[in-house]
Design a protein around this ligand. Structure first.
Ligand code: 3HC
Length: 392
């Protein structure tokens, strides 16, 4: 059968089963717990179920059989059923529904009443909204008044939409906006209890900022980065307080997606970790824990699947057909090309390159079409053209 003739169910199978296998490999490696892997995909990407729950629903043996057949055809290691999948299938076991990994609710080990956010892009704006809506005073630092106005504009638009849907009021809106103060001076962060950095994904730019935050912020302030592709350990290393540095990886759009990946380095102090976990819970987010490794939990599972979708497109399957198959058959909230355009093809390519460099899986090599989109400046919604055209 040519790829043109792939049915919707086969498209979903082609793209989803390697992702399921990848999730089992992550569990097998001990990088994250089953609960955190499943929560990551549910709350970070809006999936109705996490991958391990999906495997249990289909049946581990059935998933193993589909992958084994695929591996026999492709010879791609990524399709070879994970050892743990073989084991669970052979034993008739399951990945979820065990006794649970429940632990005590995290507590604030450091007091947090004011938050600083550095950055004025989409993620920074959403994060400012999250904290201000939860009652925190937020100082947002940007490079110019126009950029700070953009943050307020973004939040105002979101709150106006919520008001028009009867989910907020004018009073709430003015309370939220009243908690936010903008500044073009980093020195304004001197008094905050935690800084959440959401600036350009460029190591030189970030390290320059971290040196400055180390100089400016009060002792005991937590320095959190939202990076999705920079080594957090290296950011900590340019400060005199690597124990206070941690990752808080939010998902796009930050006010809606409930996940935060809390990423610790070998230096991160335990009280910083626990405080950030408590802070996430306090602002209504679901936190998952992982260490400082390329892609963390969610991007490591998500982007190879998105990259595979681009490769399927290259093999001749129509983009709209793939988007529809994923939404209809796998019940994911967005088709892969719609999501790539939301995230940005430049960001997606950078993440995929990082994953390829770290894991050295030939199957992780970035798709040529993704590279071309970036080279052509077709980055997605933000440039009004990506895989889809938004200029109309
Ligand atoms: N900002 C704030 N709120 C927004 C929003 C935005 N940009 N977009 C939508 N919303 C709100 C709406 O107001 C609505 O709120 P309500 O239910 O309180 O009225 C709610 O979200 C649902 O919106 P809609 O009904 O308009 O639209 P959908 O039902 O299509 O949902 C979506 C939109 C929540 C974005 C959904 O499509 C989804 O879950 N998509 C998956 C997104 C995803 O996978 N994100 C992760 C990307 S990877 C990443 O971020 C990591 C990084 O490192 C790259």
């Amino acid at each position: 059968m040519t790829s043109d003739a792939l049915g919707n169910d086969q498209i979903a199978t082609t793209l989803i089963y390697p992702y399921l296998n990848h999730a089992v490999r992550m569990l097998e490696s001990g990088y994250a717990t089953a609960t955190d892997i499943d929560n990551g995909m549910r709350f970070g990407c809006g999936y109705p179920q996490g991958p391990l729950a999906v495997i249990d629903q289909i049946g581990p043996a059935a998933v193993r059989d589909v992958l084994a057949a695929r591996y026999a055809e492709s010879g791609d290691h990524l399709h070879q059923p994970a050892d743990l999948l073989e084991k669970v299938a052979a034993e008739g076991g399951s990945f979820t529904g065990g006794s649970g990994e429940g632990s005590a609710a995290p507590e604030f080990k450091r007091a947090i009443s004011s938050v600083g956010v550095v950055g004025t892009g989409t993620m920074a704006s959403g994060i400012v909204q999250v904290f201000a809506q939860s009652g925190y005073d937020v100082v947002v630092v940007g490079r110019g008044q126009d950029k700070l106005d953009g943050v307020i504009g973004y939040i105002t638009k979101n709150l106006d939409r919520a008001i028009s849907r009867g989910k907020s009021t004018e009073d709430e809106k003015s309370d939220v906006l009243g908690r936010i103060s903008g500044s073009t001076e980093r020195e304004s962060l001197a008094g905050v209890d935690i800084v959440v950095e959401a600036i350009a994904e460029d190591l030189a730019i970030k390290t320059e900022l971290y040196k400055d935050l180390d100089r400016i912020c009060k002792p005991g302030a937590i320095l959190a980065t939202t990076t999705s592709s920079m080594p957090i350990t290296q950011l900590g290393a340019v400060t005199n307080r690597p124990g206070d540095v941690i990752g808080m990886h939010f998902f796009n759009p930050a006010p809606v997606m409930k996940l935060v990946e809390v990423v610790t380095t070998e230096s991160t102090e335990a009280d910083v970790n626990e405080t950030v976990l408590a802070l996430c819970a306090n602002v209504g987010k679901v936190a998952v824990s992982c260490s400082d490794r390329s892609g963390f939990i969610v991007n490591c599972l998500l982007f190879p699947y998105l990259n595979d979708a681009v490769k399927l497109l290259e093999s001749g399957v129509e983009m709209d057909t793939i988007n529809a198959a994923i939404k209809e058959q796998a019940s994911l909230p967005m088709g892969p090309f719609e999501l790539l355009d939301v995230v940005g093809n430049d960001v997606s390519l950078a993440i995929q390159q990082e994953l390829f460099a770290e894991f050295k899986e030939p199957g992780f090599a970035p798709a040529a079409t993704l590279e071309k989109k970036v080279a052509d400046g077709h980055l997605g919604r933000k440039t009004k053209i990506g895989f889809h055209d938004y200029s109309a």
